[in-house]
Ligand binder design. Structure first.
Ligand code: ATR
Length: 285
C-alpha cells in the first residue's frame, strides 16, 4: 500500500481522499490517502511532513494555509519545479529521488511542485474553452491568482489584464512575476482596479477569495465575456450568476480540483488518469 495525505487547516471537508481513491481504483493500484490536520504554524507543518515521509509516505498534497510554508520548506531542501517557483506556492510534495540516491537524508530531499495552474488549464481545455489567442482578465492578486499566470501564458493567451480591489497588489504581482520569468516578462500584462475593469474579454477568471464571503465584486456594467470561471466551488457563486445572466458560459472550480489532483497522482505514481471518466463518476456521487 502506498501512503498519501493532504495537509491543511481546516481539513475535515477536503474532497481529495475521495478523488485520489477513485484514481487508485481506475489505475488498479493500492493506496491509502488520508486527511492530515496540522496546527497553523511553520514548525508543526515541517514536523508533520518529515514524520510522514520518514514513515514511508510517497506523496502529500498541501492546501490552505500551508502552500507558501511548503514552498519555503522545499526552497531550502530538495528543490522546486518551475511552476512552484513562479507560483511561490507548493500543492504537491514528494521526495527528490536523485538526492536520495546520492545519500541525502529524507528531510533534505523534500521536493515541491504546483499542479493547480495546469489543473485549471486542463479543465478549461476539457470544457472546450479556447485559450490560444484568448483575451483574458484575471480578478485577484493573491496566491490563487499568482499560481495561474504562467500556465495561462504557456497556454498561448493573447493578452492578460490583472484586476484587484487593491491596485498596488496587482501592479506588484505583475512586476514580481515579470522579474521571475522571461516568458511572463515577454507578455504585456495590464493591471487595474476591479471596479475599473471594463469592455469585452474572451474569458474572465475569478481568483479572489470572495466566493467564500458575503461580499460581491464591483463589476462594471460594461464588462462582458464569453467564458467566466470561478476558482471556488461548492455553492452558487454570485460571480458566475452575474455572467450567466449575460449569456456567458460559466464554470466553477471543481474541475480544477480534480485536474490538479490528477496531475499530482500522475507525478507520484507514473499512472495516467482518465480525467473525463473520473469527473463523470465524481459528478454523480
Ligand atoms: P488566495 O491565496 O486565495 O489568493 P489571498 O492571497 O489572501 O488568498 O488573496 C485573496 C484575494 O482575494 C486578493 O486578491 C484580495 O484582494 P486584495 O488584494 O485587495 O485584498 C481578494 N479579496 C478578498 N476578499 C475580497 C473582497 N471582499 N472584495 C474584493 N476582493 C477580495
Amino acid at each position: 500500500t502506498q501512503h498519501f495525505i493532504v495537509i491543511g487547516n481546516p481539513i475535515a471537508h477536503s474532497k481529495s481522499p475521495k478523488i485520489h481513491t477513485l484514481f487508485a481504483e481506475q489505475t488498479g493500484i493500492d493506496i491509502r490517502y488520508q486527511r492530515q490536520y496540522c496546527p497553523d504554524d511553520n514548525a508543526s507543518f515541517t514536523a508533520v511532513v518529515e514524520a510522514f515521509f520518514h514513515g514511508g509516505g510517497v506523496g502529500a498534497n498541501v492546501t490552505v494555509p500551508f502552500k507558501q510554508v511548503a514552498y519555503d520548506c522545499c526552497l531550502s531542501r530538495g528543490g522546486l519545479s518551475e511552476h512552484a517557483k513562479i507560483a511561490g506556492a507548493v500543492n504537491t510534495l514528494l521526495l527528490n529521488k536523485a538526492l536520495l540516491d546520492k545519500g541525502a537524508p529524507i528531510a533534505e530531499a523534500l521536493y515541491g511542485d504546483n499542479t493547480d495552474g495546469q489543473g485549471l488549464i486542463n479543465h478549461m481545455t476539457s470544457l472546450g474553452w479556447p485559450l490560444t489567442g484568448a483575451r483574458v482578465a484575471l480578478i485577484g492578486a493573491g496566491g490563487a491568482a499568482r499560481g495561474i499566470v504562467l500556465p495561462l501564458i504557456e497556454a498561448g493567451i493573447a493578452s492578460l489584464t490583472i484586476a484587484n480591489r487593491t491596485l498596488y497588489k496587482a501592479t506588484e504581482l505583475v512586476n514580481e512575476l515579470s522579474a521571475a520569468s522571461p516568458m511572463i516578462a515577454e507578455q504585456h500584462i495590464d493591471a487595474c482596479e476591479t471596479a475599473q475593469l471594463s469592455g469585452s474579454f474572451d474569458m474572465i477568471i475569478n481568483a479572489t477569495s470572495i466566493g467564500l464571503s458575503a461580499d460581491t465584486l464591483p463589476l462594471s456594467e460594461s464588462l462582458n465575456c464569453q467564458y467566466a470561471y470561478d476558482m471556488m466551488y461548492g455553492r452558487p457563486l454570485p460571480f458566475l450568476q452575474h455572467f450567466a445572466a449575460r449569456s456567458a458560459q460559466t464554470s466553477d472550480g471543481y474541475g480544477m480540483l480534480i485536474g490538479q489532483a490528477a496531475l499530482s497522482f500522475e507525478r507520484w505514481t507514473g499512472h495516467t488518469i482518465d480525467v473525463a471518466q473520473a469527473t463523470a463518476i465524481l459528478n454523480k456521487s
